[in-house]
Design a protein around this ligand. Structure first.
Ligand SMILES: [Zn+2]
Length: 449
């Protein structure tokens, strides 16, 4: 039931988000999951009837994406794509205070998996393009809305598919997608808005630890791959990868306006890693990940039978690389971490996707600066690197300039956003929805009008 106090603007976007949450397009990484066709059906039904050009593209059964376009009047003006994903990550229902797929509105907050990541944007983008189409006001440049499947895995059945197989349908100069725009208050009270301009690369890697098979009844002196794997994990965990402070990080930290005794240790490669330990946990994690290539063991499998000493154990590593790192440099880090065990471990880097970034001196950047000021007077933009991945990387491969942006209320701080995305009790305040729906309108008219 809708909160009676909701005005129609917020009500429209909230209803769409609720319906998307209730569709449970949970992507667990397998091809059969997601079933984003349900959210594409929903969005198609919502967008029809105002003269938008709507196309649907199916990568494999159930994994569908939508493209809606308003052609611009000036062929020399840029194309702007608003890019949202329609899938969500799984939940641990027991840890939620409310039904993660209920889409309930309680005390001014809309609850459910996807409320932050990223239906607040995906739904408000749809509301915005529908309104602009309905208004009939011409735009100089082309405006496109792309709602994709499979962002929460690799984009194989979503953005990657569209960019590689339906290139003409999604070719664009600029992309706005998740996730930035949560206001950060600097020491002097001024507001900074982070814009994601870069994201780390990924390597879906595997380490194979080898040993010598033997009988479980006689362990003395044997070369047990499981025992060795435990040592490998311990060394990986203790390993301190090189700290690399980027210009993005430096300007991000300096944007807070804190005194040099706080800013200094956070921008110095000698002290940054130790400083992360002193920060609030959610901030320390982000600070560490933004300045290090990370090697995270996530899955281990090995052994065949209780009475057989295993000769092989596989460890899956979630590797996130800074710009400049590749399989060869990562292998160097693993060798350093493992020391004398390195030659007993095979490293398969798997599919490596390099880090990607977009320049922060473009007409869209300037436009976002004006938009930010419209909502938070006197605010400034902060370029930021994202530790995780988004679909921006696929569109950067097409040559597009991609930013992660939004406009959120003062309630939605960095720490809260970082905890709730993919976490428990994900929810967004209605004031943020009000800001976001207005933001698209202000941005599109500023940039394409
Ligand atoms: Zn997302």
């Amino acid at each position: 039931m809708m909160d009676a106090a909701l005005d129609s603007d917020v009500g429209e976007v909230a209803e769409l988000i609720q319906a998307m949450i209730r569709n449970r397009c949970v992507n667990d990484g397998t091809p059969d999951s997601g079933e984003e066709t349900r959210n594409v059906d929903l969005l198609t039904g919502y967008l029809e009837g105002v003269g938008l050009d709507i196309e649907r593209y199916t990568a494999i059964h159930g994994r569908e994406s939508l493209v809606a376009t308003i052609e611009g009047t000036d062929p020399n003006a840029p194309t702007l794509t608003l890019l949202g994903h329609t899938d969500v990550v799984p939940v641990n229902e027991d840890r939620w205070s409310r039904d993660p797929f209920g889409g309930e509105i309680v005390d001014g907050e809309l609850w459910g998996r996807g409320a932050i990541d990223m239906f607040n944007l995906t739904a408000s983008m749809a509301v915005a393009i529908k309104r602009i189409a309905a208004s009939g006001d011409p735009l100089r440049g082309t405006l496109r809305y792309v709602a994709v499947a499979d962002e929460e895995a690799s984009g194989l059945y979503g953005a990657k598919y569209l960019v590689e197989r339906e290139t003409d349908a999604v070719r664009t100069d600029y992309v706005i997608t998740e996730s930035g725009g949560f206001p950060i208050e600097a020491a002097d009270g001024s507001i900074s808005m982070p814009v994601l301009v870069a994201e780390k690369g990924t390597m879906a890697s595997r380490l194979r630890v080898t040993g010598t098979p033997g009988h479980g009844s006689m362990p003395y002196g044997t070369d047990n791959a499981l025992v060795k794997a435990a040592e490998v994990l311990g060394r990986l965990d203790a390993y301190q990868p090189p700290t690399r402070v980027s210009d993005h990080w430096r300007s991000f930290v300096e944007g807070f306006g804190y005194p040099p005794e706080l800013t200094g240790p956070l921008t110095d490669e000698e002290t940054l890693a130790a400083t992360c330990a002193a920060l609030p946990a959610a901030i320390g994690k982000v600070a560490y990940s933004c300045n290090h290539t990370t090697l995270t063991p996530t899955v281990m499998s090995g052994g065949t039978k209780r009475n057989v000493i295993p000769d092989s154990v596989d460890i899956e590593l979630d590797i996130r690389t800074l710009p400049g790192d590749d399989p060869a440099s990562v292998r160097g880090m693993i060798n350093e971490a493992l020391g004398d065990l390195a030659d007993q471990v095979e490293f398969d880097p798997g599919v490596a996707i390099p880090a990607s970034e977009s320049p922060a001196d473009t007409p869209l950047w300037d436009s976002l600066g004006r938009v930010a000021n419209h909502f938070y007077g006197g605010s400034s933009l902060l370029p930021m690197l994202m530790p995780g991945g988004t679909d921006s990387r696929h569109f950067r491969a097409l040559g597009a300039t991609c930013y992660g942006f939004g406009i959120y209320s003062r309630e939605m701080e960095l720490e809260k956003m970082a905890t709730m995305a993919h976490g428990d009790d994900e929810r967004i305040d209605l004031e943020s929805l009000r800001l976001i729906i207005d933001m698209w309108d202000v941005l599109v008219r500023d940039f394409l009008g």
